[in-house]
Design a protein around this ligand. Sequence first.
Ligand code: GTQ
Length: 353
Amino acid sequence: MNTALKVARTDADERRAYYERIKPLHLTPLWESLHALVPREPQTPCVPAIWHYDEIRPLLMESADLITAEEAVRRVLVLENPAIPGRSSITQSIYAGLQLIMPGEVAPSHRHVQSALRFIVDGKGAYTTVGGERTTMHPGDFIITPSWAWHDHGNEGIEGVTEPVVWLDGLDIPMLRFFDAGFAENDDSKVQHVARPEGHSLARFGHNMVPVRHDHASSTSPIFNYPYARSREALAQLQKQEAPDAWLGHKLRYINPLTGGSPMPTIATQLQLLPAGFAGQSHRATDGTVYSVVEGRGTARIGNERFAFGPRDTFVVPSWAPLALEATDECVLFSFSDRPVQQAMGILRERFD
Ligand code: GTQ
C-alpha cells in the first residue's frame, strides 16, 4: 500500500477512536460539523408544500363528529412541513393550522405567551374575544391574539346565517419552544366577560389617529381585527393608481399603528394583489413564508417546483427558496413569516433577481 494512504487510514482510525473516548464526556469535534453548522447559505430541512382546501375541508368537517371544540380546547388540523413531521411546524420557526368552530360551539378562554394570528378562510359569524373585546369574523379578516392576552372563540352566526367557520392559525410556537420560554393558563370561566363594545379598538386606533392620553406604544398592535373589506379596498385603489411591482404585484404589510412595525413582535403579515395575467419575477428571502390564497387562481414557482393554487389554499415557501408568482385571474394573497425577528437580529436577507 502507498504510504500516504496508509497514514491517512491510520489518521482516520485514530480520530474515530478519539471521538469515542471524548463522547462519554459529552464532547464532539467541531471540525467534523463546521461546514453544516455554518453553511455558505441557508440549508433548510423544510420543503415547499401546498394544502388544497377542497381536499382538506371534508376531513376538517369530519373532525367535528370526533370531538367538540370544547373538549379539544382548540380543534385544529396542524399543517406540518412534510420534511419535518412530528414538530407541528410549517417552517422551522412558524406553526400553522386550520381551526374549525361549528355553530353554537365555544373554544374556552385561555392565554399563553405565544402570539397568534387568525386569517379567516371559510364562513362568517364566528367571533373571538381578546382581552374583553369581541370581534366578529368575516372571510379575509386578519385578527391577532397578543402574547399573554385572554382569548376565547365562539360561533353564534351573523345576520341569520350560522355556518361552520374555518380560519388559518399562525403562531410563533416553534420560536417559544426554541427559547424554552412558554407559559400558559386556563381562565376561570369558559367565556370571557365582554367589557367593551365591538369595534372599540378599531375606532380608537384604526383611522391614523390615536386617543391622546393612550398613545404609548407597545410591541403588539392595539388593533386586533384588520377587516378584509378595508385592506382589499386599499389594494383595489392601488391597482388603479400605479403599476404593479415586477416581483410582488401590489403588496402592503400590516402595521402596528403606534410603531409602524409589524402587528406582533414575532410575526409579519402582508396582503398582496396580483393583476390577472401577472407573471412575477423570481425573488428570495431568508424568512420562510406561509401564504393563504383569498381570491383567484395562479401558480407559485418555488425552486424547480410549480404549485397551482386557488381560493383558500395554503402554501409554504422555505427560507431562501426562489419564488415566482403567476396569476391566471386577479389574485389576492395573505402571507406571514418570522421577518420581524430576523430584522431585530439584523440577519434578514432578500434578493430580487
Ligand atoms: O386558538 O388559542 O392553532 O392556543 C394552537 C394553539 C390555536 C388558540 C392553535 C392555540 C390556539
